[in-house]
Write a protein that binds this ligand. Sequence first.
Ligand code: FES
Length: 89
Amino acid sequence: MRAIIIRRRFKLFKPMIICVCRRVSDKTIAQCARSGMAFDDIQLELGVATQCGQCEGCARDIVAECAPGQSVAHLQQHNAEPGRVSIAA
Ligand code: FES
């Protein structure tokens, strides 16, 4: 799950389908969450986790991570080792 969040946060990859049944991506869920929608609202609007339910945990994690007011991680450059980058929360 953490890998998904890091991928999404730093836009390292293309959007990934989280809900296969309804074909909803992590990007779409994150956009809804950032706009202030709760998981129940997103579920109603997009149909996430309304069929097999396998995506519910992942979708809830994305909503929790993207909800307004969440702290944002940032990249730090280590001067001792040029080119080395780490993620700080
Ligand atoms: S994968 Fe989301 S409801 Fe089946």
